[in-house]
Design a protein around this ligand. Structure first.
Ligand code: CIZ
Ligand code: SF4
Length: 301
């Protein structure tokens, strides 16, 4: 019997990879698509924690990551044994973790959140009088503490890509624009950048903001996130002057090395069944990681 192969690509992969995919989206959209996919093989052109999430949500499918090196700095900067000790030092707190985390990390969490639902889920917990600790993204946690006046203790990992955005390069770029300029930013960016932003939100949120933009058509719109999404934004609104926020003068060059490991050759090989198979998680590990993910999905429905 022929194998049913479904290929998923994240917005941060190159345009050629997105064109090879059955579905393009952000990490949550792709995981939800993977959960429902009637596929024998799911090729996940993204990074490892996303492929693990897909496997946890659809354990019967064979999930393949094209390049085993596609990790994420939020995962590699988090030592799981140290995280466990940290978590145990706050026994009366709820542990909320961003979806950009390993399966073992998720298993040590009470709730998983994405950049789309993090505000609502943490607000819900505070409304219930809960105390919250947040991991792994320090920038996202600092932004939430600033924006809502929370005092969540934070784990200290960052996205090595978004963490490079900085106020100095931004000020220079904004200063060089004669007319109107906007800034939209992903909450993995540092707080000084987020404080300057006209909109802070997830990859899909930023894409929607651009799609619906009805301001001055001459305005320059700076986008503080990985460069892959500029392709999708440009397709949606070719009329707008969209530029990636610079990390130094003249650079629109901030891309995720792990996402870009999804080359055409690697994805083609994965479609033939060759790549990193996510087959190393035990049923117990998957069950433990699924619980906080399901809690998020039930909340968001
Ligand atoms: O990996 C990332 O930085 C993001 C924003 C993923 C996603 O799709 O939310
Ligand atoms: Fe991880 Fe940042 Fe790359 Fe996203 S862009 S996969 S958070 S390193």
């Amino acid at each position: 019997m022929t194998q049913r192969v479904v290929t998923l690509a994240h917005y941060y992969t190159q345009p050629e990879i997105q064109q090879m995919a059955d579905k393009v989206g952000d990490s949550l959209e792709l995981s939800l698509f993977a959960r429902e996919a009637e596929a024998d093989i799911i090729v996940f052109a993204g990074v490892r924690f996303m492929a693990e999430t897909a496997k946890i949500l659809n354990p019967n499918a064979t999930v393949i990551l094209p390049d085993a090196g596609s990790t994420c700095s939020l995962v590699t900067q988090t030592d799981v044994a140290a995280l466990k000790t940290w978590r145990e030092s706050y026994p009366d707190h709820v542990h909320v973790s961003y979806i950009n985390s390993s399966a073992e990390h998720k298993a040590l969490s009470d709730w998983i959140v994405t950049s789309r639902n993090v505000d609502d889920i943490i607000a819900h917990l505070y409304e219930q009088g809960k105390k919250v600790i947040f991991s792994p993204d320090r920038n996202m946690g600092a932004y939430l503490n600033y924006q809502y006046g929370y005092d969540m203790p934070l784990w200290s990992a960052v996205c090595e890509v978004h963490d490079k955005f900085n106020e100095a390069a931004l000020n220079e770029a904004l200063g060089a624009v004669n007319g109107e300029a906007y800034l939209i930013a992903h909450p993995e960016s540092p707080l000084p950048v987020l404080k300057r932003a006209d909109y802070v939100g997830s990859t899909s949120g930023m894409l929607n903001w651009v799609k619906q933009f009805s301001g001055n058509p001459e305005a320059v719109i700076f986008v503080a996130t990985e460069d892959g999404i500029l392709y999708n934004m440009g397709l949606a609104r070719p009329d707008l002057d969209l530029r990636q926020a610079p990390i130094y003068a003249g650079c629109q060059c901030n891309s995720c090395p792990y996402m870009k490991m999804n080359t055409i050759e690697a994805v083609k090989r994965a479609q033939q069944g060759i790549g990193l198979k996510i087959d190393y998680l035990t049923p117990a590990q998957m069950d433990a990681a699924r619980l906080p993910i399901e809690r998020m999905l039930d909340f968001s429905q």
